[in-house]
Each structure stands twice: as C-alpha cells, then as structure tokens.
Design a protein around this ligand. Structure first.
Ligand code: BTN
Length: 280
C-alpha cells in the first residue's frame, strides 16, 4: 500500500512524516537534546535499522518509517505496519549503570507514551498492560519492543521501538489475530503524526532522565493509576511455564506480583500476561 491507496478521508488529511515539522514541534517544546533523525518511506524494521547502524552516543538516534516490511513485535511476532497511517518509531539511548533496572525500563516507556497521549488531550482511559502494552477498552493501541546492546565502555544502549496505531480506520481485519484499536477509533479524529512524535520524544526524554536518576520507584504511583491487570484473574506465560492467579500490581523494580490459587505471592520479571475472561 502507498499514499495513493489511503482511504479518501484520510488521504485529504494525510501529512507525511517530515523532519522539519518534527523539529519545529520539538522547538515549541523547548526540547534541546541533540537528535539525529533517519526518516524513510519504507524499511524492513526501524529497530533493526538502529541495531545495524554504528552508535553515536552524543545524540539520540531516531528512525521513523511510513511503513515496515518486516516490523517486529515481542516474542518473535510480526508488527503489521500499513503505509502512512501509524507511528513506527525506534530511538536509541545510552544508559549508564542501568542493567539491573531494565525490567522497570519497559514500564517507564509505556507510561511515557500514556502520559504523552493524555497531555495531548486524548482523555479516554488508556491503560498500560505489564510490561509495556497500551490498551483501550481491552484492545491493543500500542506495543513496545526494547532491545539492549551493551557497549565496550560498560554502558548499555537501548533501542526503544514503538508501534502506535494512530490513523488506521479499524475494520474487520484478519491480518491481526488479537483485538486492536487506533487513536482514530478512540477520538474519531485524524492526527498529525509529526506533532505526536515530537511530543512523545519530549516526554520519553523526561521519563528516561527521571528513571536514570531514581529508578522505577518514582513511577509506581503513576503505574498504579493506569494498571490494566491489577486485581484481575490472569494467566502468565513465562519461561518456567504457565501460571494463573490474581495480578497484584508491580514491585519497585517493575516486576509483576501474582498471587496464585494457594494465596502465595510471586514476583515475576518477565512473561506474557492475559486476563482470564469471566463467562456467565
Ligand atoms: C509488541 O509486540 O507489542 C511490540 C511491537 C513493537 C513494534 C514497533 S514498530 C517500530 C519498531 N520497529 C519494529 O520492528 N518493531 C517496533
């Protein structure tokens, strides 16, 4: 698909990704950190691009594409990336001494996206599902793929890949097996992705600074306000098998608390969680 095959209403409002426009919005926000942009029409995966590009620790590298031919999700899944509709963005950041805190990092990234959308007036309840999905009315709005590259100086570089469904008009779609949604479905509006991207990078930069200084602890209150799983009966697929129980929030490291059927609380650092639907 290319620009000429967008739905008519969307074609009229279509604004291509544009570096000058993003920089203009960044300067409105007084964002001054150096950023190197690589903005393309089509790429296999924005995360893969940054992984294969020599790092420049003096700036934040950002790759954004109108479409991805091999967009990657967590657990080896494919990320569907229709042309010109959504945000497919990867950014690379250098973190110092943070290896032990990485579990918290995923949660902080999803909180940054949620906060950015809320600050831009998207007020409908958007929740975060541990460790880093954003959901609206049980449907996936955004996914995050974080990849870690240790560097020779003992720092780590993290590549934060964000797939945010923005202007896609949701139809019965067999390409994606799980329920999903877009900002358009939530608000019935089309968005200028350049403005969303600038704001998102600004909030992400602020959240990462705070995370580097104080770890995940400082974000616990924010997490508790938007935690999708808390108090619900869930299944958790994790490296040692399938667990079931009640999600009981997260620890100060960002690990998930799960109370099993015997009442024992477990603290888990990885896994794929899903609500168990109650049927009447
Ligand atoms: C998930 O499985 O929920 C994570 C999806 C992450 C998709 C984004 S789109 C931009 C970046 N490039 C990729 O190949 N993946 C991430």
């Amino acid at each position: 698909m290319n620009q000429s095959s967008l739905p008519i209403e969307q074609f009229v409002t279509f604004k291509p990704l544009n570096e000058d426009s993003i920089r203009h919005y960044l300067s409105d926000l007084s964002f001054i950190a150096p950023i190197g942009f690589h903005i393309v029409n089509s790429i296999d995966s924005t995360n893969t691009y940054l992984k294969n590009t020599p790092s420049n620790a003096t700036e934040i590298s950002v790759c954004i594409a109108e479409t991805q031919t091999n967009g990657r999700g967590r657990l080896g899944r494919h990320w569907v990336s229709p042309f010109g509709e959504n945000i497919y963005l990867s950014s690379r950041w250098t973190l110092h001494d943070c290896v032990s805190k990485l579990a918290g990092l995923s949660l902080v990234v999803s909180l940054a996206i949620q906060a950015s959308l809320e600050q831009q007036g998207i007020n409908d309840t958007i929740q975060v599902k541990w460790p880093n999905d954003l959901l609206w009315q049980h449907k996936k709005l955004c996914g995050v793929l974080i990849e870690v590259i240790p560097d020779i100086k003992g720092n780590i570089q993290v590549i934060i890949g964000i797939g945010l469904n923005v202007n896609t008009v949701i139809k019965d779609d067999t390409l994606i097996d799980k329920p999903w949604c877009s900002l358009h479905e939530i608000t019935h509006q089309y968005f200028d992705r350049n403005k969303l991207i600038a704001h998102l990078l600004w909030v992400l930069n602020g959240h990462l600074k705070q995370f580097r200084a104080g770890g995940f602890n400082a974000f616990l209150t924010q997490w508790n306000k938007v935690d999708y799983l808390k108090g619900h009966n869930i299944t958790l697929m994790h490296p040692n098998g399938l667990m079931q129980g009640i999600a009981n929030g997260v620890s100060e490291k960002g690990n998930l608390y799960l109370i099993d059927n015997q009442g024992k609380q477990h603290e888990l650092s990885s896994g794929e969680a899903n609500l168990i639907k109650v049927t009447n």
